[in-house]
Design a protein. Sequence first.
Length: 285
Amino acid sequence: MTFGFDLDLLKTFVAVVDCGGFTKAGERVHLTQSTVSQQIKKLEANLGVNLLHREKSMGTVATTEAGELLLSYARRILATAAEAAEIMRRPSAPRTVRLGVPEDFAGRRLIDLLSGFSAVSPQIRLDTVSGWSTELRRLLDAGEIDLALIKREPGDGGCIASWSEKLIWVESATRTVETDPVPLAVFPLGCIYRDRAIRAIEQSGRRWRIAYTSQGLMGVQAAVASGLGISLLPSDAVLPEHRRLEASEGYDDQPASEVALVKGRSSLSAEAKLLGHFLSDNLQP
């Protein structure tokens, strides 16, 4: 026959031993003396052993050998039960949403935006992955991220939300560069700004060369400012150290590109939907 320990009986037993008697134990566990006595008898009957020596003349109790053995286990059982109850009362672990962001997305603005989301949804943990649009699309298709902000041509597929992004030709504000061939400071293959710049130069009938390539926005910005090359950048990435190039100089205005919030093939979790709604309402590229 199997026997499962009753936590209430164990609690009463420990209280009797700690208090040295039934009356004080009853006060601790908020039971009458007679109820305490009944619970100890029930525990002894369940185990088939005597747990306490009762000194009626002195009104005290002492543990038997079996009672002493049970006492050590009872304390551990009650402690483990209390720990489990405490853990179960705590808020559940935060659910994670995985967001892909472009390599050239402004860091400070992104941190401020995601901090705002964490403030209104503290139960959700955000994991961000940076990469170029082609890589972010691959991660979405593989189910490795839930949402991504993609730089793309306007209307290039479905999306949750999209924002127009103005593009501007820039060179150094202090150093004029040679323009035959046109030296370009660009991002790696797969970047829409790089593709647009090369295509525009070729359509104008001029030659071009890659003068500088950087994975990050700051690298391209610095290369342009130092006179290494010309670049096509979103308007919010233009620095005071840059000079805007005009159509009269052979750099026609380019149509706006697009920042799109897209999801993968799988259905979004409730947490990912919350992030999607937040970005749709608050992102202003």
